[in-house]
Design a protein around this ligand. Structure first.
Ligand code: CA
Length: 658
């Protein structure tokens, strides 16, 4: 025993000397026990701080205010770690750490691995995770949305937790809370389903929720004051946000309520995707990362200040072993402890490819159908070379991770950065190739002229699972607002047809379709372009809109049903894309006409014919030989002479042969 401690001491001295010599090259800690290891008879606290000369644990009775009732020195251990084991029951107490670097003590911070916190995430909390489980949690199971674990079988619905229920006409009791989305059978005053039931009836497979890790921008201690934020400003990565909980002071309650919501989605066959923001923190200088290991977790400019590829003041350094380890352990924790079914990586282009592929490989070991996707871009320049980062142009290097296609998004409705710019559905000429590029999910296709695609001049996708097909998300104007602002002379009826045409393109294209909540009943945000803190009056889902635009809702639900029933819309690899999709090269300008060979992928619709007309007047298009039927719910096309059909202005056609 004595020898062991001598050896440990020797090892610590050598490592410290090495760390100081190599600067940032601190030897990483490979153990999986950073943070709190709790039992009813002891609690062990462990942090990584290789440059510290001393470290302390401070214990409090409250999550905020007061003075520590106990301060304990942590003992230095291997690979830059510090730890202390306290005997007895510590549940219900709060704690922070501070470290001494050279002669200076850091600020007190909860550790990055904290799993529970008190109000506003200022102090970590000792809890028994087992007690956070709602009844039946052990039996909670993720729905099987795909027989073969194929990401292309997913239909994603992007939603902000507060938006879903905060509107008066949601008729949901727990407004703005996790529990609001766990309420079953809620209906608006017109008797139409809202919240969970609505999402289930719409038929999507995955509910993608905007950030619900603990974020900084909403003061959780002021529940009466209306505060609003999307939540892209991370504070404690491994803890649920408190403002969505009925009691943000108690670490156990917020975890229990989030799990209750996840279980409710799962019970109704819906998978849950978590929006994660590992690319930056709310405030780098005061963050636990920077306080515990200054200079380690962030990238820097040459002169030493924080680099800022996120336009939020800092960017994390996923290529550093302990940041990489942190991201990996964090997603594994959410997937196992909270049964999360997928992750959407904010500004994924900030992260290095190696980290993203490690995350994918390890997650798929525990959940083979985990859904992974992210934004393959940044919001500014990064010092890490492009070739190493998970950018859209490097998408084919990512393993089972999709990138958002801004090509099809803006091809459909025009650039998000120029409000007057129009897209295919709003009548801009020359957008056909961008839409075709979207239809083939950015895979190679002999009939797509890449030189004419709006942004990408290369087929960046390795397969359809590599691409998220969408035309609207929480960022920028809603589809409805964008169409209305870019087409000021269009009538309401024309805007409605453009909107439906846009969603038809998204839901019939290859890749993974993605819908912004409420688009199925023409959601608008009063033309507010960036509503991240614009409050409920702009952001709340208005459930009355469902009644007002019920036909659009029914149409979108019908399209989702068609997609889910027919594998031809969910081709799985690049060879199928090339082999099964044929565009009509003689189709009139402003139209796109193509067929999918359903028989080749054992679809009972042996041949599928799809046509979009972005012109305001009808166009006569050629039908391939044979008897064609209209897809259920997809409208009734005009009949004309055999082999020809009139495609209505701003309309679409989905036909099939059995
Ligand atoms: Ca918070």
């Amino acid at each position: 025993m004595k020898n062991y401690f001598l050896l440990l001491l020797f090892s610590v001295v050598i490592q410290k000397a090495t760390a100081q010599f190599f600067g940032k090259g601190y030897s990483p800690y490979t153990g999986k026990d950073l943070g709190l290891t709790y039992s009813a008879t002891s609690s062990t606290f462990k942090i990584w701080s290789p440059t510290a000369v001393a470290a302390q644990l401070l214990l409090y009775k409250e999550g905020l205010g007061g003075t520590p009732f106990k301060t304990v020195a942590l003992a230095e251990s291997i690979n830059g770690t510090w730890e202390v084991k306290l005997d007895g029951e510590w549940k219900g107490n709060f704690y922070t750490f501070r470290v001494k670097i050279k002669d200076t003590w850091s600020n007190e911070v909860p550790d990055p691995y904290a799993k529970a916190v008190g109000i506003n995430g200022k102090r970590a909390m000792v809890i028994d995770l087992y007690e956070t489980n709602p009844p039946g949690w052990e039996k909670d199971k993720s729905p099987a949305f795909s027989k073969k674990n194929l990401a292309t079988d997913a239909v994603i619905y992007e939603l902000h937790i507060r938006d879903a229920s905060i509107g008066e006409n949601s008729c949901i009791k727990h407004k703005g809370k996790y529990l609001g989305l766990a309420e079953e059978n809620t209906k608006n005053k017109e008797g139409l389903s809202t919240g969970l039931l609505h999402i289930k009836e719409l038929g999507v497979t995955h509910v993608h929720l905007l950030p619900f890790f603990d974020y900084n921008s909403v003061d959780e201690s002021l529940p009466g004051k209306v505060q609003y934020n999307w939540g892209y400003d991370p504070l404690n990565y491994n803890v649920p946000e408190g403002s969505y909980s009925t009691n943000p002071y108690d670490g156990t309650t917020r975890i229990n309520e989030l799990k209750t919501m996840v279980a409710a989605f799962h019970k109704h066959g819906l998978s849950v995707v978590m929006d994660v923001v590992y690319n930056h923190v709310a405030n780098a200088a005061s963050s636990n990362f920077e306080q515990l290991v200054p200079g380690y977790y962030f990238r820097h400019k040459k002169e030493g200040s924080f680099s800022d590829a996120t336009a939020c003041g800092n960017e994390t350094a996923s290529e550093m072993p302990m940041m990489r380890k942190f991201i990996l352990e964090s997603v594994l924790y959410w997937a196992t402890e909270y049964h999360i079914d997928g992750f959407r990586f904010d500004l994924m282009g900030v992260h290095d490819i190696e980290t993203m592929n490690l995350v994918s490989t390890e997650l798929r070991k525990i959940k083979p159908d985990i859904l992974l996707y992210g934004e393959g871009w940044t919001a500014g320049a990064s010092p890490l070379p492009d070739s190493l980062r998970a950018l859209k142009k490097n998408a084919h290097e990512l393993k089972h991770i999709a990138v958002f296609s801004d090509d099809v998004r803006d091809g459909i409705k025009g650039s998000v950065f120029d409000i007057k710019d129009k897209g295919f559905v709003s009548g801009k000429p020359g957008m056909e190739e961008s839409i075709k590029f979207g239809i083939v999910a950015a895979c190679e296709h002999p009939q797509v002229d890449l030189n004419k695609v709006n942004y990408s001049k290369m087929a960046y996708a390795a397969a359809p699972w590599n691409v998220i097909t969408y035309c609207e998300c929480h960022d920028n104007n809603t589809l409805w607002d964008k169409l209305a602002m870019s087409c000021p002379d269009a009538s309401k009826d024309e805007l409605l047809k453009m909107h439906q045409l846009a969603l038809t393109i998204v839901l019939t294209s290859q890749g993974i379709p993605f819908l912004h909540a409420g688009t199925e009943f023409l959601r608008n945000k009063n033309s507010v372009e960036n509503s991240y803190n614009a409050g409920d009056s702009i952001n709340a889902v208005d459930w009355h809109m469902k009644q007002k635009n019920y036909n659009v809702y029914k149409y979108v639900a019908a399209l989702i049903k068609i997609r889910k029933e027919h594998p031809a819309f969910r081709l799985v690899n690049a060879a199928q894309i090339k082999g099964c999709i044929r565009f009509d090269e003689k189709a009139p300008a402003g139209t796109i006409v193509y067929t999918i060979d359903g028989a080749a992928v054992k679809d009972k619709w042996k041949k599928i014919f799809i046509a979009f007309n972005a012109n305001k007047d009808f166009k006569t298009i050629s039908l391939p030989p044979g008897r064609w039927q209209t897809a259920p719910g997809a409208g009734s096309p005009n009949k004309s002479k055999p082999g020809k059909r009139n495609l209505p202005g701003l309309g679409s056609m989905i036909l099939y042969q059995e």
